[in-house]
Design a protein around this ligand. Structure first.
Ligand code: SF4
Length: 335
């Protein structure tokens, strides 16, 4: 179940962290953690943000939740009856608005308070937001446990009694307690065994279909996002370098960095012959990125123009945006 309403719009978002030095803590420069990022997500869809550690993915998630304030740019929520600009909300308005956006954490071991029962953990958002208490709260927690595939007879057990996959199900139930519009899932399966990862991804997809939920999914692993995403955005050093529908990212990719990430995705067909493309060198420093295309020191296709001329994000085919001077010339291999 999807519709055509855009739920979340991110426009020219920037987050620069100042670098302060010396006794007087003078600002000597900025770490450009998020540098002019734009995208939108339709209601009921999943947009995944992929890239290596430190590329700015989690910072974008924190900016959307307004756990930190943006340097500039806009984050707009289009609810069915109103439009809300997250950056403009006062603290009291923000507190009330947070019920529309919830977070699933990466680590199901450290994100659950070991001294709280499952009832208390899942019921906490309902209690804090004064949505339910007593028997009504308990009934809602039972409903949520059943939704995420947990046996409700374990209501009064503590997190240590559950496996990693079951703990992540508790985290999902807690995120869904207030019926959010948007769920931000920050590496929700990367701490789990591969066999359990598929179960959690299936669960998220199943709940999305039942409740028309919208996901903003953050991952370093393209193989994880293939199954769950409608759209994939690939990030490198604070910028989106490619964004398109999932099947186009996997079959008709146009950026060399996406090619490198894809070449590392394991495939189960032993007869399939694929060239593994190892990235050389280090990720560029966001406080001092190279001139021209930020990816040029690691790119096997780099030409002289790449070393000097900055690259804008350009729509190469309808709905497929790429930040590469050679996007229309290169014939990159998908999978
Ligand atoms: Fe590689 Fe040049 Fe494209 Fe950058 S602009 S990704 S260096 S080919």
């Amino acid at each position: 179940m999807q519709n055509d309403r855009t739920l979340l719009q991110v426009k020219n978002l920037k987050k620069y962290f100042p670098i302060k030095k010396g006794v007087f803590r003078k600002v000597h420069g900025y770490v450009k953690a998020v540098d002019d990022v734009s995208f939108s997500i339709k209601k009921g869809e999943t947009l995944s943000l992929v890239g290596e550690s430190g590329c700015g993915k989690t910072t974008i998630g924190r900016l959307i939740l307004r756990a930190i304030k943006a340097t500039s740019g806009e984050i707009i929520f289009h609810l069915s009856d109103k439009e809300v600009k997250i950056n403009k909300l006062h603290e009291s308005e923000l507190k009330a608005f947070r019920k529309y956006m919830q977070l699933i954490f990466q680590d199901p071991y450290s994100s659950l308070n070991p001294r709280m029962t499952v009832l208390e953990i899942i019921g906490e958002p309902l209690l804090v937001n004064r949505v339910a208490s007593g028997k009504v709260l308990e009934d809602r927690v039972v409903e949520l446990m059943e939704l995420v595939g947990l046996n409700s007879k374990y209501l009064r057990r503590y997190p240590h009694a559950f496996s990693g996959g079951q703990r992540q199900r508790i985290g999902v139930a807690r995120a869904l307690a207030l019926n959010p519009e948007l769920v931000i899932a920050d590496e929700p399966v990367s701490a789990l065994d591969v066999s359990i990862q598929a179960q959690i991804l299936n669960l998220l997809k199943d709940i999305q279909q039942k409740q028309n939920l919208t996901y903003f999914f953050i991952s370093h692993d393209l193989s994880v996002v293939e199954y769950i995403s409608d759209t994939v955005a690939v990030m490198y050093v604070g910028q989106i370098v490619e964004i398109a529908k999932t099947k186009n990212i996997f079959n008709h990719l146009k950026h060399p960095y996406t090619e490198a990430l894809l070449s590392a995705v394991p495939r189960i067909d032993p007869g399939e012959k694929r060239e593994r493309y190892f990235l050389s060198g280090e990720v560029a420093d966001p406080a001092n990125p190279p001139d021209g295309c930020y990816f040029h020191p690691r790119c096997r296709y780099a030409e002289s123009i790449c070393k000097t001329k900055p690259v804008p994000l350009t729509e190469v085919v309808t709905g497929h945006f790429v930040r590469c001077h050679l996007a229309e010339e290169l014939d990159l291999k998908g999978i």
